[in-house]
Every structure is written in structure tokens, then in C-alpha cells.
Design a protein around this ligand. Structure first.
Ligand code: AP5
Length: 215
């Protein structure tokens, strides 16, 4: 099964994708994660993407489509894929159609996480992760049990994304409204869009997604 998780920043795409990887053995292809890895490694793609990402704007269609193409190429045909944060423009949606068709893959569902943008600003600006093992935390909802120490690996180092400040988050949301939400009709025409309430608890969102996949 191949699915797209669609929703504005902080909607819970990454949270749900990780869970599906664990529970169903699917492969998560997150262009955000790929770009952050490129920035960290200082590759030419990372150099181009860094400032654009920090401002909350979209990286070029050509760069992200190439990343997806390269990552798809390494997968066995039977491995199901979760596209997390891709496509984000109509051009990317059309490019993905071609990439999937070339590999004989079919897109089963586009799952849109329905959310309230103002609540998301708080969700995003409060989040941080362990710098060693990436366990997610939140200033308000999930502090480490022992302050300053990761519950999972004991590290004392934590990090925040450079684009998780209010100004960049507002830009990311505006980009979503202007460029990403308009791709929905592309998939609605094929009757593969399903909506799940992204403001519910993580467990309830998981249940909603499972109902779509198993329905
Ligand atoms: P990307 O990394 O894709 O970021 P994003 O879309 O802004 O999404 P986030 O990762 O912020 O949120 P999420 O929906 O995954 O939510 P999460 O599960 O983390 O992209 C970053 C940048 O890269 C872009 O701005 C752009 O510059 C560039 N880029 C990437 N892809 C691109 C593309 N295709 N084209 C062009 N440019 C591209 O959850 C958020 C928080 O909420 C967490 O703290 C989590 O624990 C919590 N949470 C999750 N679910 C719930 C729930 N149900 N209830 C309560 N809390 C919850």
C-alpha cells in the first residue's frame, strides 16, 4: 500500500508515519527529514535548502522530487511507502504520479489530517527532541520525567528545529494554504482522499488512519 499523509506543519504527519513504520513495516519517505539530513551533512542540496527551510518557505520542486526518486529507487516493489511532506505543490503531485507509474506502484490513499492552525503553533513551537536518540518531547505536554535527562537514552543534550519559531511556522502554514492544499482536487478526482480529525489524541488519530487503511 502507498499513501500520502497530508496536513499543515504540526498536523502529526511524522508522528503517524513513524507509528505506521513500526506497526506495519511500511517505509517513511519524509522530504523534510531528507532535507534536514542534507543540511546537517553540508551537501550542495543542503546548502541550497538551509535558508529556505529556516524561513519556512518551500524548497524547489526539482530538488525534492529528485530526493524522492532516489529513495524510491532503493525500495523493493512490495514495500509500502508513506509519503510524509511530499507532494507539496501540484507540480510535485504530477511528478509523483510519473515516478509511481514508472515503478508500477499505485497510490492507495491520501490521508488529510484536519487541524486547527492556531493550536498547531503551540504544538510546534513547544516541541524539542533528544539530540542523541531523537525521542520527541514538548515544553507543555511531554517533559522528560527527570528534567534535562532523556527518558530513553539518558542524554542531557536536546535540540529544536531552526524553523520551529512562530514566524517561520506562520510562513509554513501560509505556504501550505497557498500551494499544498490546492493539490487536494487532483486526488479527489480519483476518490482516494480520506479525512481524519488531527486534533484528536494521537491514539484516536491512529485509530482513524487504521480504519482507512483496513477499511
Ligand atoms: P517538514 O519536515 O515536512 O515539516 P512540516 O510539514 O512543517 O511538518 P512537521 O514535521 O513540522 O509536522 P508534522 O505534521 O510531521 O507533525 P509532527 O508529527 O512532528 O518540512 C520542513 C521544511 O522542509 C518545509 O517548511 C520546507 O522548507 C521543506 N520541505 C519539506 N518537504 C518539502 C517539499 N515536498 N517541497 C518543498 N519543500 C519541502 O507533530 C508535531 C508535534 O505535535 C509533535 O510535538 C508531536 O508530538 C505533537 N503531536 C502529533 N500528533 C498529535 C496529536 N494528535 N495530539 C497532540 N500532539 C500531537
Amino acid at each position: 500500500m502507498n499513501i500520502i499523509l497530508l496536513g499543515p506543519p504540526g498536523a502529526g504527519k511524522g508522528t503517524q508515519a513513524s507509528r505506521l513504520v513500526e506497526e506495519r513495516g511500511m517505509v517513511q519517505l519524509s522530504t523534510g527529514d531528507m532535507l534536514r539530513a542534507a543540511v546537517k551533512a553540508g551537501t550542495p542540496v543542503g546548502e541550497q535548502a538551509k535558508a529556505v527551510m529556516e524561513a519556512g518557505e518551500l524548497v524547489s520542486d526539482a530538488i525534492v522530487t529528485q530526493l524522492i526518486d532516489e529513495n524510491l529507487a532503493g525500495l523493493a516493489p512490495e514495500q509500502g511507502v508513506i509519503f510524509d511532506g511530499y507532494p507539496r505543490t501540484l507540480a510535485q503531485a504530477e511528478a509523483l504520479d510519473s515516478l509511481l507509474a514508472a515503478r508500477g506502484r499505485r497510490l492507495d490513499f491520501v490521508i488529510e489530517l484536519d487541524v486547527d492552525e492556531d493550536a498547531l503553533v503551540e504544538r510546534i513551537t513547544g516541541r524539542f527532541t533528544c539530540a542523541a536518540c531523537n525521542t520527541p518531547y514538548h515544553d507543555r505536554y511531554k517533559q522528560p520525567v527527570s528534567a534535562g535527562t532523556c527518558d530513553v537514552c539518558g542524554s542531557h543534550e536536546f535540540k529544536r528545529r531552526a524553523d520551529d519559531n512562530e514566524e517561520a511556522v506562520r510562513t509554513r502554514m501560509a505556504e501550505y494554504r497557498a500551494k499544498t492544499a490546492p493539490i487536494l482536487p487532483h486526488y479527489e478526482a480519483r476518490d482516494i482522499v480520506r479525512r481524519v480529525d488531527g486534533m484528536a489524541s494521537v491514539a484516536a488519530v491512529s485509530k482513524g488512519i487504521d480504519a482507512v487503511l483496513d477499511g
